[in-house]
Design a binder for this molecule. Structure first.
Ligand code: ATP
Length: 234
């Protein structure tokens, strides 16, 4: 469904991703892992259209994304839960979620809001609370919920479990299992290697802006030097 071929991108004159090629199929869960600064966030931001491509081609459902603005990509079915969650701190949970539906012709529908609250019952309890008063876990739930308000076919999630209490990590992964069951493809950046390999179908390992390994999560689990590879010592 998502096909990236020879993608190079970066910030200003600096190129951060070099000749990246990867795919995510319909309903697939793919983990993107690697050390700090490897380019994982940049990859997600480039797919979302927030960082421009310098070279290469990205298609989604056979449509070329190159000239598509971020909001068009959302309309096509790509939504992101960004690193750091990026909620509007002075807006309530309800308002933050509604923002996620703006790109849809039908806007934020009551049915979509209901689906998010059923997925994360905690958000119903915090519905009127301001974004800045939420715990890290609650913020992550809102960030995922906000992305879901756009009815994505591909969900990009940056640093799912970073800084979250284990209980909230479990809640988020339970929600992702349900989304996967509903056929939504997920491209996940995750520091927690165990969780990433447990949950994903396939894995890409990046280092300094390049792919250094890819395979099924089963292959990754049996590769005992994977942690070293990620730390760049293999
Ligand atoms: P982390 O796990 O630390 O978030 P990452 O794998 O997500 O790392 P990126 O955040 O994509 O890596 O960073 C890749 C490279 O791009 C790094 O060298 C970083 O310094 C650089 N970079 C990231 N954001 C910017 C920016 N806005 N302007 C300039 N350079 C940037």
């Amino acid at each position: 469904m998502l096909r990236i071929e020879g993608l190079s991108c970066g910030y200003g004159a600096a190129t951060v991703l070099h000749e990246l090629s990867m795919q995510v199929e319909r309903g697939e869960v793919v983990a993107l892992i690697g050390p700090n600064g490897a380019g994982k966030t940049t990859t997600l931001q480039c797919i979302a259209g927030h960082v421009p491509a310098k070279r290469g081609k990205t298609t989604f459902a056979d449509e070329d994304l190159t000239a598509r603005a971020p909001q068009e990509r959302v309309r096509m079915g790509i939504a992101i839960s960004p690193e750091g969650r990026k909620l509007f701190g002075d807006m309530t949970v309800r308002e933050n979620l509604i923002v996620g539906g703006y790109s849809r012709p039908s806007g934020a529908t009551a049915a979509n809001l209901r689906r998010v609250l059923d997925l994360f019952p905690r958000l119903e309890e915090r519905f009127g609370s301001l974004g800045r008063t939420l715990s890290g876990g609650e913020q992550q739930m809102v960030a995922i919920g906000r992305a879901l308000m756009a009815e994505p076919r591909l969900l990009l999630i940056d640093e799912l479990s970073l800084g979250l209490m284990p209980k909230n990590v479990d809640i988020c992964y339970q929600a992702l299992r349900k989304l996967r069951g509903a056929g939504i493809a997920i491209l996940l950046v995750e520091q927690n290697l165990t969780k990433a390999l447990e949950f994903s179908d396939r894995v890409y390992v990046m280092d300094t802006g390049r792919l250094v390994w890819s395979g099924t999560s089963g292959e990754a689990r049996s590769r005992h030097d994977l942690a070293d590879l990620i730390l760049g010592h293999a």
